[in-house]
Design a protein around this ligand. Structure first.
Ligand code: ARG
Length: 462
């Protein structure tokens, strides 16, 4: 067995069971790119500060390039007895370039190293997730552009409420996703500080330049407190919180689209390319991707809870428990990325069933609130007009008809202020036309929203 990098004070090697239990190489090898990046910045700084020679630096940089090449070519052998990504790369570098490699870990601990890697990894992951969010937003805006003028029932309590433009509803998702991207950007700005040089927990007496490594790695500045730098994981907690909120948003979209695809709603038909069948029921065509979006949101939330629970009992500074921060983070990122991608794919592969929607639209008195507003415009206090319209609806229920089917005489019996112009307020199309407040579902307001989003997302409207 090879002596451990930390083997000096040990007489015995660890048992196989302990080695297998404590290793992290099986998952933290994902950090290799960022580990190498951090080591290069560190070696360059050590040379500038006179802590190693420039020729040692050059051997280290060349060796690290070769290791990166081998990893990417699949030639690198990851060894469990070398525990984690940091020691695998450092030991392989020593095998490759000899003595100079032994100087790389000067003024560095795995505690600050792992956090440097992890912050860099999260920064890249955030950028990737934001671009997946934009992709989904584009798909939703295009879906809206392709379905101009379609009115659907809007729901509260899952009961028919008021008519809305489909475009308006789709843009509601787009707004939510935009705040999601904003939360990730906030998180990115807060995590972009460099722990490197905090060493084990207390810093070092060697003349390092933390500002130099921080800048080389694209961080805003070095972290100010070395104990904080190696202890805290709030940057991942924040990241996984932002992912959890995205997951909840996507899960709600999933639920809505699954409902819409049901025979009972029948609002959308997903294409075969985003549907799956049943092994027993030959007729089935199921919207599985969106069901799984709903389902996988549980994992993303679970990943956050795992990490919160992991951190809650830990004293400062580094504790080995913290090695458990990586798998939930990797899982959260992989899952949320898949959820965003599949949602965009689904959005690009659904058609709205205009006939079915339009046929079902008159039911549910969606224009009742517009009628109440009509009476307000005629000077009736809203509470009174609410009551008059309530009684009008009750009359319709007893006659089994819609509000627009009532005769003027019927209505005048309920209130003398009803006039012929009332019919301009009735029917879903008329009702939607009457909306005019900022942010409302009125045609002009929605067209403005859509223009803004198309411009912001650089979508060609033709
Ligand atoms: N694999 C470890 C982790 O992920 C690296 C830091 C180990 N530090 C230590 N003192 N054992 O946290």
């Amino acid at each position: 067995k090879e002596t451990k990098l930390w083997g000096g004070r040990f007489e015995d090697s660890v048992t196989d069971i302990v080695e297998k239990f404590t290793e992290s190489i099986s998952f933290d090898k994902q950090l290799y790119k960022h580990d190498i990046m951090g080591s290069k910045a560190h070696a360059s700084m050590l040379a500038e500060q006179g802590l190693i020679s420039f020729s040692d630096r050059d051997s280290i940089l060349k060796g690290l390039d070769e290791i990166e090449r081998r990893i990417e070519a699949g030639e690198f052998v990851w060894r469990t007895d070398r525990e984690d990504v940091h020691m695998n790369i450092e030991a392989a570098l020593t095998d490759l370039v000899g003595e100079p490699a032994k100087k790389l870990h000067t003024a560095r601990s795995r505690n600050d190293q792992v956090l440097t890697d992890f912050r860099l990894w999260c920064r890249d992951a955030i950028d990737r997730i934001i671009s997946s969010i934009r992709h989904l937003q584009v798909a939703l805006v295009k879906l809206a552009l392709n379905n101009e003028g379609l009115i659907i029932p809007g729901y509260t309590h899952l009961q028919r409420a008021q008519p809305v433009l489909l475009q308006h509803l789709l843009l509601a998702y787009v707004e939510q996703l935009d705040r999601d991207a904003g939360r990730l950007l906030d998180c990115r700005a807060r995590l972009n500080f460099c722990p490197l040089g905090a060493c084990a927990l207390a810093g070092t007496g060697l003349p390092i330049d933390r500002f130099m490594t921080s800048e080389a790695l694209g961080f805003t500045a070095p972290m100010r407190n070395s104990i904080d730098a190696v202890s805290d994981r709030d940057f991942v907690l924040e990241f996984l919180s932002a992912n959890s909120i995205i997951a909840v948003h996507l899960s709600r979209i999933g639920e809505e689209w699954v409902l819409w695809a049901s025979e009972e709603f029948g609002f959308i038909t997903p294409s075969d390319s985003v549907s799956t069948g049943s092994s027993i029921m030959p007729q089935k065509k199921n919207p599985d991707p969106m069901e799984l979006v709903r389902g996988k949101s549980g994992r993303v939330i679970g990943d956050l809870v795992t990490l919160l629970t992991l951190c809650k009992g830990l004293p400062l500074a580094y504790n080995r428990d913290l090695q458990e921060d990586k798998e939930p983070t990797f899982d959260s990122v992989k899952t949320i990325t898949g959820m965003l991608e599949v949602s965009a794919e689904f959005a690009q592969n659904i058609t709205f069933n205009y006939k079915r929607i339009q046929k079902a639209l008159p039911a549910g008195y969606l224009d009742a609130t517009t009628l109440a507003d009509y009476l307000v415009k005629k000077g009736i206090p809203f509470r009174t007009s609410h009551d008059i319209v309530g009684r009008s609806v009750a009359l319709c229920v007893s006659k089994n008809c819609q509000l627009q089917d009532l005769s003027l005489e019927d209505m005048r019996n309920l209130s003398p202020v009803f006039d012929n112009d009332v019919y301009e307020f009735l029917g879903v199309e008329n009702a939607v036309k009457k909306f005019s407040s900022y942010g409302s579902t009125g045609f002009a307001c929605v067209a403005d929203q859509l223009d803004d989003w198309a411009a912001k997302l650089e979508i060609n409207k033709s």
